[in-house]
Design a protein around this ligand. Structure first.
Ligand SMILES: *Cc1c(COP(=O)(O)O)cnc(C)c1O
Length: 428
């Protein structure tokens, strides 16, 4: 893991972190190392790599130079000690969890989460005998009261998908640390340009790089970043502190210190789960990040303009965008998202479910699809698509009604977006 020069500006780091001209060819763009494996210099170094005594490429399921460039870039932008990339955001999340959980453990999570995460937690983790508890993200007494001897993790999203609820990361990190558990934050909707959760005490960050990071709707990917600050030897995490039977008795925390969790995440969980990121996707996502700050500024500016327009329409009962003037969570936005509250939000149509379907059918510039964070503006009706698996109660807990529409505002001209919405709303 070679270090990038120590640039300070975010725009500069977005372009340069993790990337340097290729020493063999001079190639300025990041080469795509489309290889499964790497020739060892000699038998001794091969053994040292497999023993994790030296850091070197062995097999692309576990590490790859193009993927490593992306990992270094994202870790740099988040201010973490390192990162490990995965085939998707949910693969990254699964791996981040598996690395610190065992059967019988307990996780406390915010109730305002991405639908895919809710089903992953509720069904998949429970199948592995991990106990899940969802609590109101704003009720710190509830978080405190939920802690048990087997609690291993607090989990939340900086900006909830799709409710748009902003998490008080610093407050929640304090409660987590009082209990001796790490706080894991899904920072997908904010990206490190809008919010850096480590600065507020978060311990692990997970991303769906599929969204704003890649930014063009071309590649599925995910990444886990760690702050290196959490004390894994506090007695609650023998899985990281004690000798690991899955890696010939290695004590990850003692051996690698601040890199202990990340090393275990790569050398065991990524190895065993196998959901590695392809070098080509890493290339596209790293390239996307070069323009992340420019795109995010335009995303946010357009989102503010469109949300303000929608808030004035009589056919819309509510616009759930924390970036609106006078919004309920304005103070949290000021603290955590001073550059803007992101570009994904929901609004409720007076006409309910039927109006939702009709609106989507009359939009032309907005693409009707299940993604967010594309340069193009996107729209979806969560109750009939992304959140279909959830019960009415779970829907309500996620802040979704039958006439709720989710938009992901792109980087087009805001006048064109408003004209498209105006036309579709007039048909209702
Ligand atoms: C999309 C998304 C995920 C899952 O990411 P994939 O790359 O689709 O696996 C997780 N969290 C949030 C907030 C998301 O929007």
């Amino acid at each position: 893991m070679s270090q990038s020069p120590d640039f300070t500006g975010f725009h500069t780091r977005a372009v340069h972190a993790g990337a340097r001209p290729d020493p063999n060819t001079g190639s300025r763009a990041q080469p795509i190392h489309q290889t499964t494996s790497y020739v060892f210099e000699d038998s001794e170094s091969a053994a040292a790599y497999f023993n994790l005594q030296e850091y070197g490429n062995t097999y692309s399921r576990i590490m790859n130079p193009t993927v490593a460039a992306l990992e270094e870039r994202v870790a740099n932008l988040e201010g973490g000690v390192g990162g490990v990339a995965f085939a998707s955001g949910l693969a990254a999340q699964s791996a981040a969890l598996f690395t610190l959980l065992q059967p019988g453990d307990h996780v406390v999570a915010s109730s305002a989460l991405y639908g895919g995460t809710v089903t992953q937690f509720k069904h998949f983790l429970r199948k592995l005998s991990v106990e899940l508890e969802f609590v109101d993200p704003e009720d710190f007494d509830a978080w405190r009261a939920s802690v048990k001897d087997n609690t291993k993790l607090f989990f939340g999203e900086t900006i909830g998908n799709p409710s748009g609820a902003i998490l008080d990361i610093e407050g929640l990190a304090k409660v987590a640390h009082e209990a001796g558990v790490p706080l894991m934050i899904d920072n997908t909707f904010a990206t490190p340009f809008l919010c850096r959760p480590f600065e507020f005490g978060a311990d692990i960050i997970v991303h769906s790089a599929t969204k704003f990071m890649g930014g063009h709707g071309t590649s599925i990917g995910g990444i886990v970043v760690e702050s290196g600050e959490f004390d894994w030897s506090n007695g609650r995490f023998p899985i990281i502190a004690e000798p690991s039977p899955a890696y010939h008795g290695l004590k990850f925390h003692e051996t690698f210190g601040t890199f202990g969790y990340l090393m275990k995440l790569r050398a065991e969980t990524l190895r065993d789960l196998g959901a590695c990121m392809s070098p080509f996707n890493a290339f596209l996502i790293a390239q996307g990040i070069e323009t992340l700050p420019l795109r995010m500024r335009q995303h946010v500016s357009n989102a503010e303009t469109v949300a303000t327009y929608l808030a004035e329409s009589k056919k819309i009962t509510a616009v759930h965008y924390a970036g609106l003037k006078g919004a309920r969570q304005e103070a949290l936005v000021k603290k955590y998202l001073p550059k803007g509250a992101g570009a994904v939000f929901c609004f409720d149509l007076a006409g309910g479910r039927d109006a939702g379907v009709k609106l989507i059918e009359n939009l032309h510039l907005f693409s009707h699809l299940a993604n967010v964070g594309d340069a193009k503006s996107l729209v979806i009706h969560p109750a009939t698509t992304t959140h279909r698996q959830l019960s009415d109660e779970e829907l309500a807990a996620s802040g979704i009604g039958p006439g709720t529409i989710r938009v992901s505002i792109g980087i087009e001209d805001s006048d064109d977006l408003i004209a498209d919405l105006e036309h579709a709303i007039s048909k209702l």
